[in-house]
Design a protein around this ligand. Sequence first.
Ligand SMILES: Cc1cc2nc3c(=O)[nH]c(=O)nc-3n(C[C@H](O)[C@H](O)[C@H](O)COP(=O)(O)OP(=O)(O)OC[C@H]3O[C@@H](n4cnc5c(N)ncnc54)[C@H](O)[C@@H]3O)c2cc1C
Length: 515
Amino acid sequence: MTQQYDIIIIGTGAGGGTMARALAPTGKRILILEKGGFVPRERANFDPHSNWVEKRYTPDVTWYHKDKPFRPSHPHDYVGGNTKFYGAALFRLRERDFEEVEHYDGLSPAWPISYGDLEPYYALGEKWYYVHGQAGSDPTEPTRSAPYPYQPLQHEPRIQQLNDDLAAQGLNPFPLPMGMRMEHDGEEGSSSSLDLWPQFDGYPDPYEIRADSHLVGVRPALQHDNVTLKTHSPVERLEVDESGRKVKKVIVKTEAGETVEYEADLVVVAAGALGSALLFLRSQQDKHPNGLANSTGLVGRNFMGHNNATLIAISKTPNDATFEKTLALADYYWGDEAFKYPMGLIQMLGKFNEDLMKLESPTPLEGMTHAEMASHSLEFWLQSEDLPRLENGISYNTQGQVVFDYTANNVEAATQLRKRLTDFLDCINCHPGTHNVDFYMGGMVGIPLGHTMGTMTMGKNASQSVLDPYCKAHELDNVFVTDGSFFVSAGAVNPTLTIIAQTLRVAEYIKSQVL
Ligand SMILES: Cc1cc2nc3c(=O)[nH]c(=O)nc-3n(C[C@H](O)[C@H](O)[C@H](O)COP(=O)(O)OP(=O)(O)OC[C@H]3O[C@@H](n4cnc5c(N)ncnc54)[C@H](O)[C@@H]3O)c2cc1C
């Protein structure tokens, strides 16, 4: 029997979880369909081997890249999606990121919306997601209508020293904006709660301090009687009515092979930039022969994932910090005198311990043990913009296997950014030469699946984009897509706050214009 709702939300990551909380007060009967269950709280949560080698928290599936099979390290199919594992650095795109920008490798296209359209929703998203930061400290920061809702996280001594050494070079390090629920019990918390963390980026958070979309979005939404969550409910297909313009049936196929059908007036798809594109592609049917809403052939294309690198510098003095994700540097975001194109952003990562150091760097640096490396290391995350390209994306091959195509572009910007960091190692009291970790962000070196963007880009022109500027599919009347899919360009800041802000903007539109 088909089950009826007013609204169905598919997926509970940054887009789906935020949408659920935003629409819950409407009183409409809302069903949230989530492919996975809840992340278990267990000892393995903080074990590098379980996380990165056994891939305990990622599905055992095989995808193909240039005919080579691989098991992706992401997505994470859980309530909260990838935000259950993310680094919680919550940045706004810069004003110019919404405009056409010339890069070393070509043009980064303009968005159909401006920074001003999103600004109020960035501010609201920062409140919901407990963002700690310091307005006015980031030299590339866009204009803001309000200061950060929470004070910046305190630097531990070695990071304060790094801050001071960078400032002495005339650079402008600033507090990394972080979404942390240290005040979630209603009392002002303190950075000391961060001592709890042996590992951070890529690990679950059993303490529930990191602001993820399960805690911030789904849990408050479920306080409303009109909202229902069904876990272990992967949506297999979306089927349209006779007009071809309305999704009528949402079909779930459980692991046990059971098929369940749902109907709703409105469907919000937020299965992640990869999951949503795959869902649309496999929803091929008579009225949509190339896949749902895909007469342009653009569904799954224009994938962007950033040019990312983890660089480890070895400090000449010990680094006792337990939580070093408190500092960022944007001085090279738009380029410098020597390289006039945008380069990107540098930020600190979660601290590597000895076990992780062994795993990521099996051969220790000459003259050092892994323990010495871990007690002296400073972990940097370098992030540069990659450009949307038709040939980069996700699709099914004729055997129904998932094919992920990705060839990096704009790599020179990342190379230049890395050079800037290695050039100032001496000034920050580190040994010359950084250690480059080929972080397996996608399950295979060179596959960036941590930040997933593009695949169903927004635009005003229905022949050149999949979604309109409010994320409604051009070819459908009752379907919105609010996850990383809508990105037109990647910028070089972490993407999640923009997913949250655009979701809040779309939720406002749905409440005022659609319901
Ligand atoms: C290790 C790591 C660190 C990161 N650090 C940061 C950071 O510091 N800052 C930042 O901004 N971003 C970071 N990110 C990226 C961030 O996690 C993503 O930008 C964000 O989670 C994307 O949200 P989303 O809604 O697009 O999709 P997702 O979070 O991917 O959520 C998609 C949801 O849809 C569900 N789903 C998928 N298919 C189906 C289906 N067929 N039926 C039902 N449900 C389905 C999934 O289970 C999941 O719940 C990081 C990511 C990783 C992996």
